[in-house]
Design a binder for this molecule. Structure first.
Ligand code: MRU
Length: 362
């Protein structure tokens, strides 16, 4: 992160952000707007988010989701908190904002990007004097946002270069523009691969129970006229058995120092199936998703969400009344099942601690 932007530089970052065709997060008219991903694809609605507690609730409730997107949202949430606390008391705001930042940081536990963004911007707060902090913090949030899009475009090129002509690929969950600042990680590679003629066919797991695949991935690929075939999650192994796909391409919520990867529940079983069938497995994530403080996947907290996400569909209960459910929403894919991890800093084949360390130091 370079020095804080001038007003002109800030304006040009804002215009870069405005060029993205799918914008899950907007800073407009001095406020935060989030595309409500709970109601896509049926409705395209932006919610106005007025304060830091509403920002944290939007993250917990999955108005906005996807590791990079919740990190960026949190950065804007800090701007909202600073504006409020500075207006209340310009001399004590730096202390008064601390509980807000803690609350925001723990809105969801698995994606490290959320904690990364809050910690990054908190360190800047410690250096600010008693002038209005909003312009500086907003510049940093917009820089985090723009850097994420730039990283995605770079990863798109790096990842697509690994794919042979006319390949078929399978993706899981939504690691697209909706899950990031724009363009996407796994879907960034798919966008670049389709443009270059390397990818001829895209399959998307529907991704039970929240249906990120059928609701979000299918919607955003359709916006770009990229044909996609949905499959039930349980069909992935059978698709591989037919020799129908060459690559599985997914995002990540956190990559441990040894290359173990946390991602949407079902990623692990897809990786096991890919390994069994000789299908290659690619993880695409910005370096802000790499957590060098966590030695292996065993140290990554896995979020468990409400049973109703499994027991009900569209608000209507489908399981019998007396039945309970277990709903972990992420799993860990061990490094040995991964062929390649792509970040904007480079590509790590057969990831392990050495490879990840070299890539992060690059
Ligand atoms: O529960 P979600 O929808 O936030 O889970 C999202 C994922 O698992 C994504 O694959 C991951 O965050 C990478 S997004 C680029």
């Amino acid at each position: 992160m370079g020095p804080v932007n001038t007003r002109h530089h800030q304006k040009s970052i804002a215009s870069v952000l405005a060029q993205e065709t799918i914008q899950p997060i907007r800073w407009q008219y001095d406020g935060l707007k989030l595309l409500d991903q709970r109601v896509l694809p049926e409705r395209v609605v932006y919610l106005n988010i007025d304060d830091v507690y509403a920002t944290a609730a939007a993250i917990t409730d999955m108005v906005v989701r996807g590791a990079p997107a919740i990190g960026i949202t949190a950065a804007y949430g800090v701007v909202l908190a600073a504006r409020q606390r500075y207006q209340e008391d310009p001399t004590t705001w730096r202390d008064n904002i601390k509980p807000d930042l803690r609350h925001l940081k723990y809105a969801r536990p698995t994606a490290i990007n959320l904690a990364w963004a809050v910690d990054h911007i908190s360190r800047l707060i410690d250096t600010l004097t008693n002038i209005d902090p909003v312009p500086q913090l907003l510049a940093v949030a917009q820089r985090i946002h723009a850097d994420d899009i730039a990283a995605n475009r770079r990863m798109g090129e790096l990842g697509a270069a690994l794919i042979g002509p006319s390949s078929a690929v399978l993706t899981h969950c939504n690691a697209g523009a909706l899950a990031t600042g724009g363009y996407g990680t796994a879907l960034g590679v798919i966008r670049a691969g389709v443009t270059q003629g390397r990818i001829a066919q895209v399959y998307a797991d529907e991704t039970r129970p929240w249906l990120q695949g059928s609701r979000l991935t299918a919607w955003e690929l359709a916006q770009d006229n990229i044909p996609v075939s949905l499959i039930a999650d349980g069909a992935a192994a059978w698709l591989m058995k037919q020799g129908q796909i060459q690559w599985v391409i997914v995002g990540s919520d956190r990559i441990a120092a040894n290359g173990d990867v946390a991602n949407k529940i079902g990623t692990y079983s897809t990786a096991v199936s890919a390994h069994h069938h000789g299908v290659r497995f690619m993880v695409v994530a910005p370096s802000t998703t790499v957590d060098m403080e966590t030695a292996s996947g065993d140290g990554i907290p896995i979020e468990t969400r409400a049973e109703d996400e499994l027991l009900c569909i569209g608000g209507k209960r489908v399981a019998p009344a007396q039945v309970s459910a277990w709903n972990p929403v992420f799993d860990i894919t061990p490094a040995e099942l991964i062929d390649v991890i792509v970040t904007e800093k480079g590509v790590v084949e057969r990831p392990d601690r050495n490879g990840i360390t070299r890539m992060m130091d690059a």
